[in-house]
Design a protein around this ligand. Structure first.
Ligand SMILES: NC(=O)c1ccc[n+]([C@@H]2O[C@H](COP(=O)([O-])OP(=O)(O)OC[C@H]3O[C@@H](n4cnc5c(N)ncnc54)[C@H](OP(=O)(O)O)[C@@H]3O)[C@@H](O)[C@H]2O)c1
Length: 264
């Protein structure tokens, strides 16, 4: 499309993905936004077009469908888009005791958080490699460093994203594509998130960020080529401190802090 560059963002209809879309648009970056059909993506597109002078294309699809990422890729090729930033943000979670959560639900988390993310990197890397400079930002979580009991599969999926991103970054370090991984702590993105924060009481307020803050820090650090991005000073300190604790002590403490999810 006229040689203009585009940023591709998954899960852009709400929450952190929507915030990334706005942060990119504010920097004059053209966008390809992806989310599920029948959601708020068209409204996000309209809002951004009304606010910033950028191009915004939308593609709605369930990314966990077997051929979805290929269809998205084909769309970008048909539109002759130059992609120079890929933000793999779409993700879902589960909370509760592992044995109480249905297997299908658990596997869906892995499908979206991991399989889709790998497919996105696989399909779009060759396009990114055609650029002089390009970026991939993968959405992990603080939980990649602090494995949370009662969120076992989600925590595991984010650990995969973390390790995969570091390894891929190293493999690609002599090329034009820079890979970063962002590890936010709790972010209030909806009413459920607000309830979760309230359930944890005042200590939660210390670590909770808003989507706009995560996106602003995430994008700034991505464009600077930072490897691991942990938004929020306290969250950063907590991750560093957690490495000083013996694993068993750390896990006992985390179990106690997150026991509230036991009955979710
Ligand atoms: N919120 C937090 O506290 C937090 C903390 C750390 C990391 N994260 C990570 O940050 C990312 C965004 O989280 P969020 O809280 O902003 O999420 P969110 O508000 O629930 O938004 C999720 C986005 O992903 C899209 N999506 C969900 N399933 C999809 C599918 N199968 N195919 C295509 N799109 C799909 C949704 O589309 P529709 O709106 O159309 O359904 C929506 O745009 C996730 O990877 C999450 O794990 C979140």
């Amino acid at each position: 499309m006229n040689g203009e560059n585009f940023t591709l963002i998954t899960g852009a209809s709400m929450g952190i993905g929507k915030a990334f879309s706005n942060a990119c648009a504010a920097r004059g970056m053209n966008l390809v936004l992806v989310a599920l059909p029948d959601g708020e993506l068209a409204a996000v597109q309209k809002e951004i077009l009304a606010t910033w002078e950028v191009k915004v294309l939308v593609f709605t699809i369930d990314l966990t469908e077997e051929d979805a990422v290929k269809r998205l890729y084909d769309f970008c090729i048909e539109m002759d888009l130059t992609i120079d930033v890929l933000i793999n943000n779409a993700g879902i979670g589960t909370g509760g005791r592992f044995e109480n959560i249905g297997l299908e639900k658990q596997l869906k988390v892995i499908d979206l958080n991991n399989k889709v993310l790998v497919r996105m990197c696989h399909y779009f890397l060759p396009l990114l490699q055609k650029q002089d400079k390009a970026y991939i930002l993968n959405m992990s979580s603080m939980e990649a460093n602090l494995p949370l009991p009662y969120k076992a599969v989600y925590t595991g999926s984010k650990n995969f994203v973390y390790a995969f991103s570091l390894a891929l970054r190293e493999e690609l370090k002599r090329g034009p594509v820079c890979v970063s991984v962002v590890c936010p702590g709790p972010v209030v993105t909806n009413a459920e998130g607000l309830e979760r924060m309230k359930a944890h009481g005042s200590r939660a307020k210390l670590v909770v960020l808003m989507p706009d803050e995560v996106a602003e820090i995430g994008l700034k650090c991505l464009l600077k080529g930072k490897t691991i991005i942990i938004p929020g000073k306290i969250n950063w300190v907590l991750v560093k401190l957690s490495r000083l604790f013996p694993t068993a002590t750390k896990m006992r403490l985390l179990e106690r802090l997150f026991r509230v999810y036991n009955t979710h």
